[in-house]
Design a protein around this ligand. Structure first.
Ligand code: NAD
Ligand code: GLY
Length: 368
C-alpha cells in the first residue's frame, strides 16, 4: 500500500492507495467511525458492486450502515439531491465530529463533500473513491460542488476530507470506458510537470488499463502524489499552480458543452482530446514541437481513446466552441487563462491568449 500525505494547512490528511482497502474499511479508518451508525452515501451502481463488502465489514465490526443510495450520473449533482441529502443527514442527527462516507466516483464525492461542508457548518467526511478519475483527481484536494442550470460545478465549497481510501480492487468492476476516461487524468500529471511519468505511461499504460495491480498502484499513487504537491502549494487556486490541473479542461469543457454533457463524451474523454488540443495549440504558437503534440495524441489512440477533434464529428464552428469557453468559471476580468505547454511535462498558465486565434485554430482542427 502507498500512503500519500496531503499537507494542507491546518488539516493534513492521508490518501492510502492499495488493494482491498474497502474490505478493511473499519481498520483503515482508524477510530474515525466513533458511533455505531455510519452514514454512507453512494449511487446504485456502486452499491450493487460494493454494497455487500461494505455492509459485511461494518457489521462485523459492530457498526450499523445507514445507506443513502442515489441515482448514478451527473444529474445527481443537483440542488435537489443536495437538499434531500442534507435533510437526510440532519434527520440522522449527524454531528460535526462524525464522519460521513462518500463511496463512489466524482459525482458522489463532490455531492457528499459539499453536503458535509454545509451541514452544521461543516462535518467530517471520508472519500472512498471507486472510479479511476475519483482516485487520481476528484477525491483529493477538497473541491466539492454541484451543477446548476448556469453550468457545471458553479456552486460548491473547498472542504477537505479527513481521509481518502483508494481501493484498486474497485477498478475491477468499473466499466472499461470509465476506466479509460480516468486514465486521461493520470496522463495529465505527466503532461503538466513530469515528462518521466509520461514516458512511464507510454511504456505501461496498456498494463494499467488491462489490470496489472502493481502498475495500477504506481499510476494512482504517482498521480495522487502530484496532485497532493499542487494542492499543498495552492489549496484555493489563488497563485495559479493549482490551475495547471486544468490542462485540457478549457478545450474539454467546450466539447462537453457542445455535446450537451451527454454520454456521447465523458469528462475524461473530453479532457484527453482537450489536452491534445492544448498541445497542438502550443505547437502552433511555436512553444513546443508539433511532434510532441502528435506523440500525446498517439498515446491516447494507442490505449483506445479518441484523440482528435475531428473524431467527434461536430457540426459547429471554432467560434461556437470558444463561445462555450466564455461561460467558463475560470474567466477572470474578461480574459480566459489557458494552460499551455512548453513541452511534455512543462505546462504553464498563459493569460494572454487571443480567443479569435483559438477559434481559427479550432476551425482547422475541426476540418482535419
Ligand atoms: P461518476 O461518479 O459519474 O462515475 C462514473 C460511473 O461509474 C457512474 O455510472 C458510477 O455509478 C459508476 N461507477 C463508479 N464506480 C464504480 C465501480 N467501482 N464499479 C462499477 N461502476 C462504478 O463519474 P467520475 O468520472 O468518477 O466523476 C465525474 C465527476 O467528478 C464530475 O461531476 C466532475 O465534475 C467531478 N470532478 C471533480 C473534481 C474535483 O476536484 N472535485 C475533479 C474532477 C472531476
Ligand atoms: N481537478 C482540478 C482540481 O482539483 O483543482
Amino acid at each position: 500500500m502507498a500512503v500519500i500525505p496531503v499537507d494542507v494547512a491546518g488539516r493534513p490528511y492521508e490518501v492510502r492507495v492499495g488493494t482491498g482497502l474497502l474490505a478493511e474499511l473499519v481498520r483503515e479508518c482508524r477510530g474515525m467511525l466513533r458511533k455505531r451508525e455510519v452514514p454512507i452515501i453512494t449511487d446504485s451502481n456502486v452499491h450493487a458492486a460494493w454494497g455487500e463488502t461494505i455492509e459485511a465489514v461494518l457489521r462485523t465490526n459492530g457498526h450499523e450502515p445507514q445507506w443513502r443510495i442515489l441515482p448514478p450520473g451527473e444529474q445527481t449533482k443537483s440542488w435537489e439531491e443536495l437538499s434531500k441529502t442534507v435533510d437526510w443527514l440532519l434527520a440522522r442527527e449527524v454531528e460535526r465530529g462524525d464522519h460521513i462516507l462518500a463511496l463512489g466516483g466524482g459525482v458522489i464525492g463532490d455531492l457528499t463533500g459539499f453536503a458535509a461542508a454545509i451541514v452544521k457548518r461543516g462535518c467530517h467526511f471520508i472519500q472512498l473513491p471507486t472510479t479511476l478519475l475519483a482516485q487520481v483527481d476528484s477525491s483529493v484536494g477538497g473541491k466539492t460542488a454541484i451543477n446548476t442550470p448556469a453550468g457545471k460545478n458553479l456552486v460548491g465549497a473547498f472542504h477537505q476530507p479527513s481521509l481518502v481510501l483508494a481501493d484498486l480492487a474497485a477498478l475491477d468492476t468499473l466499466p472499461r470506458r470509465e476506466l479509460l476516461a480516468g486514465y486521461a487524468e493520470v496522463v495529465k500529471y505527466g503532461l503538466i510537470g513530469d515528462a518521466g511519468f509520461f514516458a512511464w505511461c507510454d511504456e505501461n499504460g496498456q498494463n494499467v488499463i488491462a489490470g496489472d495491480a502493481g502498475k495500477r498502484e504506481y499510476a494512482v499513487s504517482q498521480s495522487v502524489a502530484a496532485k497532493a504537491r499542487i494542492v499543498a502549494e495552492d489549496e484555493r487556486e489563488t497563485t495559479g499552480t493549482r490551475a495547471l490541473l486544468n490542462l485540457g479542461h478549457t478545450f474539454g469543457h467546450a466539447l462537453e458543452a457542445e455535446t450537451g454533457y451527454s454520454a456521447d463524451l465523458l469528462h475524461g474523454e473530453a479532457v484527453a482530446i482537450g489536452m491534445v488540443l492544448a498541445a497542438r495549440y502550443s505547437a502552433r504558437k511555436g512553444l513546443m514541437p508539433m511532434a510532441s503534440a502528435d506523440h500525446i495524441a498517439t498515446h491516447f489512440s494507442d490505449v483506445g481513446m479518441r484523440s482528435g477533434l475531428a473524431e467527434l464529428n461536430l457540426s459547429c464552428s471554432g467560434k461556437a466552441l470558444v463561445g462555450h469557453m466564455l461561460h467558463d468559471k475560470k474567466m477572470d476580468a474578461g480574459t480566459l487563462p489557458f494552460v499551455l505547454m512548453k513541452g511534455i511535462g512543462a505546462a504553464y498558465l498563459d493569460r494572454d491568449v487571443s480567443l479569435d486565434d483559438v477559434a481559427a485554430f479550432l476551425d482547422q482542427e475541426l476540418a482535419r
